[in-house]
Design a protein around this ligand. Structure first.
Ligand SMILES: Cc1ncc(COP(=O)(O)O)c(C=O)c1O
Length: 386
C-alpha cells in the first residue's frame, strides 16, 4: 500500500517505537510514585517535555501532556471560556470539528470568521469579528487543504484588544517551523500521531502567566492542569518523534516531502485534463495536495484507488448515505459538484519519490476509468456508508 493519508495519521517511526518499547514492557511504574522505578518514569516524561518544549521554542513548564489533539483543543477552549470576559468565541470557519463542536457547545455562542477562495482567513472580516469576541481560536494550517493561516497577524490583532489566542497546530507541527513566541499565541495544541508518534497522546502549550482552568479534574497530575496517570510510553514516543522531526526540519526544511508532493501534483496536472488544485498554493503545508477531478465522484475514486493500493481521503464526509461536501470547501466558495470530486493526498517523511510517481500513474488511471464509466452513462458509483 502507498500511504498518502498522513494528515489522517502517520506510521510510527522505528526510532520512536524503539524508545517506547521499554516503557510498554517494563516501565509500568506510576510516574507519581516515590520509589526508584517511578522516578525513572518521571524522569523520562520530563525529558520528553523538554524535547517538545525546545522544539516549539517554549519552556518545559509551559507544556502539558494530554490524550491527543482533541483533548488539547477542548482543554484550551474550556480554559479560555472560563477566564474570558463577555463576548463570543471567534473561530475560523474552516476549523477542525474538535474546535467547532466544542465552541458551538459554549453558551456564550460562536462566531465563524470567513476565509477567502484560497482557504486563508479573511483578515478584514476577522478584524470586524474581534469587536464581539471574548477569545480567539484559529488553526495554524488546515487539515484538508493544508493552507497555512496568517497566525502572526491574528495574534497581533487579538493582542491589541487584549484577547487570548489558541491555535490548533495539529497539522502544522512536524511540517513547518512552529515557534510559539514568534507567532505570539497563548495556547497551542498538537497531536503525536500526526508526526510519526503514537496515537492517543498530545500536548498543549500554555503560555507562562496565562490564567488556566483545567478540563480534567482528579489526581492533580501535570501540575494540576491535567489529571490522569501519565501515558509514559506515549509521552516518551512523542518526545522521540519531536526530536526526529526537529532534526529533519533543520536538515532539509522538509524539502524532500515538498519534492514528492510537487512531483505527484505536477505529473497529474501535466498529464490529466480537468484537475484543479484547491487552496492557496503559495501558503501550503509541504505535504498536502487537495485536488478536484472534473467529472469524477470522489467516492468512486476512493474505491478504485483503494483497489490499486493507494490510501488517501475524500474531502467530503459521508452522512446519511450521501457524500456531503466539506465545510472547508463550502467556506472557500467551491461549487458543491467540484467539492464532491475532491481528494486529499498527504505525504509523510516516510514516503518515497518512487511512491509519488507510482501514485500519480494510478490516480490518472483511476480518473480515466471513472470518466469512461460515467461518460458511458453507467452513472455515479454508489457508495454505502458504514
Ligand atoms: C486540525 C486537527 N485538529 C485536531 C485533530 C484531532 O486530533 P486527534 O486525532 O489527536 O484527537 C485533528 C485530527 O485529524 C486535526 O487534523
Amino acid at each position: 500500500m502507498i500511504h498518502l493519508d498522513a494528515n489522517a495519521s502517520t506510521p510510527i517511526r522505528a526510532e520512536v517505537l524503539e524508545a517506547m518499547l521499554p516503557w510498554l514492557r517494563d516501565g509500568y511504574a506510576n510516574p507519581s510514585g516515590t520509589y526508584a522505578e517511578a522516578k525513572r518514569a518521571r524522569q523520562a516524561i520530563e525529558e520528553a517535555r523538554l524535547q517538545v518544549a525546545e522544539w516549539l521554542g517554549a519552556l518545559p513548564e509551559e507544556i502539558i501532556f494530554t490524550g491527543g489533539g482533541t483533548e488539547s483543543v477542548n482543554t484550551a477552549l474550556h480554559s479560555l471560556d472560563c477566564n474570558a470576559g463577555d463576548g463570543v468565541a471567534l473561530v475560523s470557519a474552516i476549523e477542525h470539528s474538535a474546535v467547532l463542536r466544542y465552541a458551538e457547545s459554549l453558551p456564550r455562542g460562536v462566531k465563524l470568521a470567513p476565509v477567502n477562495a484560497g482557504g486563508r482567513l479573511d483578515l478584514d472580516a476577522f478584524a470586524e469579528g474581534l469587536s464581539e469576541a471574548a477569545f480567539v481560536s484559529v488553526m495554524a494550517a488546515n487539515n484538508e487543504t493544508g493552507v497555512i493561516q496568517p497566525l502572526r497577524e491574528v495574534c497581533a490583532m487579538a493582542r491589541e484588544r487584549g484577547l487570548a489566542v489558541h491555535t490548533d497546530a495539529v497539522q502544522a507541527v512536524g511540517k513547518i517551523a512552529v515557534k510559539v513566541r514568534e507567532w505570539g499565541v497563548d495556547l497551542l495544541s498538537l497531536s503525536a500521531h500526526k508526526f510519526h508518534g503514537p496515537k492517543g497522546v498530545g500536548a498543549l502549550y500554555v503560555r507562562g502567566g496565562l490564567k488556566f482552568s483545567p478540563l480534567l479534574l482528579g489526581g492533580g497530575q501535570e501540575g494540576g492542569r491535567r489529571s490522569g496517570t501519565e501515558n509514559t510510553a506515549g509521552i516518551v514516543g512523542m518526545g522521540a518523534a519531536a526530536l526526529l522531526m526537529r532534526k529533519q526540519l533543520v536538515a532539509d526544511g522538509h524539502a524532500a516531502m515538498r519534492g514528492m508532493r510537487d512531483a505527484f501534483e505536477t505529473k497529474l496536472l501535466d498529464e490529466l485534463a480537468g484537475v484543479t488544485v484547491n487552496g492557496d498554493m503559495r501558503q501550503r503545508l509541504p505535504n498536502t495536495s487537495h485536488l478536484s477531478f472534473e467529472g469524477c465522484e470522489a467516492a468512486g475514486l476512493l474505491i478504485l484507488l483503494d483497489e490499486a493500493g493507494i490510501a488517501c481521503s475524500a474531502g467530503s464526509a459521508c452522512m446519511s448515505g450521501k457524500q456531503q461536501p466539506s465545510h472547508v470547501q463550502m467556506a472557500m466558495g467551491i461549487d458543491e459538484t467540484v467539492a464532491r470530486s475532491s481528494l486529499r493526498f498527504s505525504f509523510s517523511t516516510l514516503n518515497t519519490m518512487g511512491e509519488a510517481f507510482a501514485a500519480a500513474v494510478m490516480v490518472k488511471r483511476a480518473v480515466e476509468k471513472l470518466r469512461r464509466v460515467q461518460g458511458a452513462g453507467v452513472g455515479p458509483v454508489q457508495v454505502y456508508c458504514v
